[in-house]
Design a protein around this ligand. Structure first.
Ligand code: SF4
Length: 341
């Protein structure tokens, strides 16, 4: 029986036996393994996920509570007012509508319900509306409420935390060297600052990125390590679905095997986070949906995304049953990241 590649041996020893993290040099060696060794890399990511976080898969539903018209210029985003993407705008949904959607999310197995608003950052009125909805949903539905409202200013994270918001989503989207190529209206450091406000206010940070925008493997490693430094408790892995009218339209989608390599890398760098498949998984993973669940991920977004359709929650639940992976009955993280031993 041939022995494992040395990088896999070393990563397994640190992550499985030592309860430790891996460093950048080792992570770079792992992503450079040839395709022939990819099943071994994926296998290690899966073992680390089960050893560090258990077998359950956390399901989340997201709602686009206000769609389109964002003044920012993120190149991948069909909700930017600067791109002629044809996304239909709608104003903020009211609390009764959000309550109904949260109930539906709970019924289909979600433990997290994320209210997403396409803005640079919330004004006072919007923040009050989201806090009112969060309080109502927590009182009446029994599901955790998350929010994604863009860049936060002083005091805003505290207001959301006081309303009982469990996680705040603010994706870094890309590593610091690549970020200026996809956004010029705010900086990577602006996004980092909001992420820090989230954790300081006592909410869990949900922050991830998009793979397949033209970034290098070094850029992807930059992103994964930046997320570890911020102690992201949930990491959404999006794969670019090049939207018509955006500057990234026409870009070739990521190879499915590279999407799995990205997922495994994110897990191995962030062993104690919920790593969640998010937008683009149907387009990019195609027939590899169930195989992708043994690449280190332990979270799914069920149903539709913000401006694109996903597959049904029922199909995902059937897939998890076939895989012997129970849907989590409660969020898989609570509070700060445990210190590596
Ligand atoms: S800030 Fe958010 S909603 Fe606005 S363009 Fe960027 S990604 Fe889209």
């Amino acid at each position: 029986m041939p022995s494992l590649p040395p990088a896999l041996e070393a990563a397994g020893a640190r992550l499985l036996e030592g309860g430790l993290d891996i460093d950048r040099d080792l992570a770079r060696e792992l992503v450079r393994l040839p395709d022939a060794d990819l099943p071994l890399l994926i296998g290690l990511a899966h073992r680390v996920r089960v050893a560090r976080m258990g077998p359950a898969v956390e399901i989340e539903s997201i709602v686009s509570a206000k769609t389109g018209g964002c003044p920012e210029d993120c190149a991948f985003c069909s909700q930017s007012a600067r791109h002629a993407s044809g996304v239909e705008r709608h104003p903020m949904l009211d609390t009764s509508r959000l309550l109904a959607l949260a109930r539906r999310a709970r019924e289909t197995g979600s433990t997290e319900f994320c209210i997403v608003v396409a803005v640079r950052g919330p004004d006072r009125r919007l923040l009050d509306q989201v806090c009112e909805a969060a309080r109502a949903i927590r009182a009446e539905v029994g599901i955790e409420v998350d929010a994604s409202l863009g860049l936060l200013k002083d005091g805003q994270a505290e207001q959301l935390a006081a309303a009982g918001v469990h996680r705040y989503n603010h994706n870094l989207e890309a590593g610091p060297r690549f970020f200026p190529r996809i956004c010029t209206t705010h900086t990577f450091e602006d996004r980092q600052a909001t992420c820090r406000r989230v954790t300081a206010a006592g909410m869990e940070l949900c922050s991830g990125g998009i793979f397949g925008m033209g970034e290098s493997w070094d850029d992807r490693l930059d992103l994964a390590f930046a997320l570890r430094e911020l102690e992201a408790r949930e990491i959404p892995c999006n794969f670019l679905d090049p939207r018509p009218g955006t500057p990234l339209q026409g870009r070739e989608p990521l190879r499915p095997l590279d999407a799995l390599r990205c997922t495994a890398m994110v897990r191995l760098v962030n062993p104690d986070a919920v790593v969640r498949y998010a937008g683009g998984r149907e387009l990019v993973l195609r027939d590899l949906q169930s195989y992708a669940m043994v690449a280190g991920a332990n979270g799914l977004i069920a149903g539709d995304y913000l401006t694109t359709l996903g597959r049904s929650a029922e199909l995902d639940l059937a897939m998890l049953a076939d895989l012997g992976m129970p849907p989590a009955a409660a969020p898989l993280t609570r509070g700060a990241r445990p210190a590596p031993r």
